[in-house]
Design a protein around this ligand. Structure first.
Ligand SMILES: Cc1ncc(COP(=O)(O)O)c(C=O)c1O
Length: 358
């Protein structure tokens, strides 16, 4: 330790950090990853492509091959796509470019914890909007807050983590046009978009302030690779590029992303399987003493009755089943979130839960 320890920024000392505990347990249902390993041929193709990479050279700076593949899938042009190390890095880049000191973001809790966490790390003031009892964003209040506060950024998450509800396109469009008056950016985090019953019809428009954040971590079985992207008008992608580090995306993950997109058919089959399992788990949870909410994502939020949520989380952990403890989150008192796993994992979870709840 130096004589006088260098101190980090004063405004960082109030942050608790983001911790989803990582325990080695047999049934991991806490981080909304895909329960399935990579598709059969993927690993083979991946291994052979990796051997061909010149790892002594820097990667393609603009990740052209990957961005072209994403742009083709989304019917966009390559300048409307930017990829980074997980969608968390995309969110960070958005805050670096459009947030920061003297700027503000409107966020509707409860939602993905990193939205407000990254806001605070980048010195962006957080304005909190509220949700209805079914967890949809309270539209009238949202429009009023935009009118009064002129936030530089608004974050929506649809399907929302951890509540699983979709935001209507009507709501997204109302917020988008209200923000248009004040020059704010609307970010739609679509990490779980592929699990929704109806795909969104919203898309990138050069004249719009609406941008879309996506990830390879969920349906693509690539959480370990750390790859995400943003779809946005060219003017916005240019701003995000300006704050990114040179060669930020390594050659290995660029290749993994390109290969993954060639396995879309398998991915869609897995999504179908997860959705079917989610419906089964939902119905079985409904027969237990819990409050449960419908979900358009690969997880379910529930609140046990007659037992403290945190106690139940610990009891399940003792049985080797790890869930996400949301019991102390704002407006989610006593709630837990369970990721949909393999049929076997889900059954183990339901059996233990039934035993504990009696
Ligand atoms: C809504 C939402 N956005 C973004 C992320 C981050 O994903 P990534 O693994 O791409 O950083 C998550 C991860 O759980 C999430 O739930």
């Amino acid at each position: 330790m130096p004589n006088k320890k260098p101190m980090s920024r004063d405004d960082l000392t109030v942050l608790e950090g983001y911790h989803s505990p990582q325990f080695e347990v047999p049934v991991k249902l806490n981080t909304n990853e895909s329960p399935f390993p990579l598709p059969k041929n993927f690993k083979k193709e991946f291994n052979s492509e990796i051997k061909k990479l010149d790892l002594n050279r820097y990667p393609q700076r603009e990740a052209n091959e990957l961005c072209i593949s994403i742009a083709e899938k989304e019917s966009l042009n390559i300048n409307q796509v930017f990829a980074a190390n997980g969608s968390n890095e995309i969110i960070q880049s958005i805050f670096l470019a459009f947030g920061g000191n003297g700027r503000s973001v409107l966020i509707f809790e409860p939602t993905y914890a990193m939205h407000s966490q990254i806001a605070k790390i980048t010195g962006t003031r957080v304005i909190k909007g509220s949700r209805e009892s079914n967890f949809e964003v309270n539209k009238d209040e949202a429009l009023k807050l935009i009118e009064e506060e002129s936030p530089d950024i608004v974050f929506l998450c649809s399907p929302n983590n951890p509540t699983g509800n979709l935001e209507s396109e009507g709501l997204v469009n109302s917020i988008r046009s209200k923000l248009d008056e004040s020059g704010g950016l609307l970010v739609l985090d679509q990490a779980y978009e592929d699990f929704a019953e109806e795909p969104s019809t919203l898309t990138v428009d050069e004249k719009s302030n609406l941008i879309f954040v996506r990830t390879f971590s969920k349906v693509w079985s690539l959480a370990g690779i750390r790859l995400g992207y943003v779809l946005a008008p060219e003017w916005c992608i240019n701003e995000i590029r300006n704050v990114s580090l040179p060669y930020h995306l390594d050659s290995v993950k660029q290749k993994a992303g390109v290969l993954a997109l060639k396995h879309e058919t398998e991915m869609l089959l897995r999504v179908k399987e997860i959705k079917e399992e989610k419906n089964r788990v939902y119905e079985l949870l409904k027969s237990l003493p819990v409050d449960i909410w419908p979900s358009e994502a690969n997880f379910l939020l529930f609140r046990p009755k007659g037992i403290d949520g945190y106690k139940l989380w610990g009891d399940l952990l003792n049985e080797g089943i790890l869930l996400r403890d949301c019991s102390s989150w704002e407006n989610l008192e006593g709630c837990l979130r369970v990721t949909i796993g393999t049929p076997n994992e889900n059954t183990k979870f339901l059996e233990r839960l039934r035993e504990i709840l009696g």
